[in-house]
Ligand binder design. Structure first.
Ligand code: FES
Length: 160
């Protein structure tokens, strides 16, 4: 793995570099492949289970390939009672994947989280880092299209 070599080469071979190594790997690959775990463990002189222990603790790290776009629907209690399950279903229908999955073309990952701290604005959708409050099922196609437009440098409806 040429790119993981570039990641570890820049790191001191000490355990305190582990989080940095994982962040750089996530940025490089979009996830943490098993080969990267083995290489990082060897370079930092820690066990692979130590590496897995850290990367499963932080939600920022993914053990599976993620899509170019990440759509997150808050399914905490406040968002749930305000209709989050219908929002999740609509995204599942629109993207043709279940929550927790990535589309086969690796364009979109759909995930749920428990409370992002904006309960009064629920249900909340976060698409590529952009928050959409009081989301409605009718908004979903526009949110998906907005991700595609921004990726292609086209203005979406919101920018017009
Ligand atoms: S439950 Fe969704 S923001 Fe708190």
């Amino acid at each position: 793995m040429a790119n993981i070599e570039a990641v570890v080469e820049g790191l001191e071979p000490v355990q305190s570099e582990l989080i940095q190594a994982l962040h750089q790997t996530q940025a490089e690959f979009g996830w943490i492949p098993p080969e990267a775990v083995a290489r990082i463990a060897k370079h930092l002189r820690v066990s692979e289970s130590d590496v897995y222990g850290v990367l499963t603790f932080y939600k920022a790290f993914s053990l599976e390939p993620r899509g170019k776009h990440v759509v997150t629907v808050c399914s905490g209690t406040a968002c749930h009672v305000r209709g989050a399950p219908r929002i999740v279903e609509e995204f599942e229908r629109e993207l043709k994947v279940s929550a927790g999955q990535t589309t086969p073309d690796r364009e979109f990952t759909l995930e749920t989280v428990n409370c992002v701290g904006a309960c009064a604005l629920g249900p909340i959708v976060i698409a590529d880092g952009e928050y959409h409050g009081q989301a409605k099922t009718a908004d979903i196609p526009k949110i998906v299209e907005g991700c595609r437009c921004r990726a292609q440098g086209r203005p979406d409806d919101k920018d017009r």
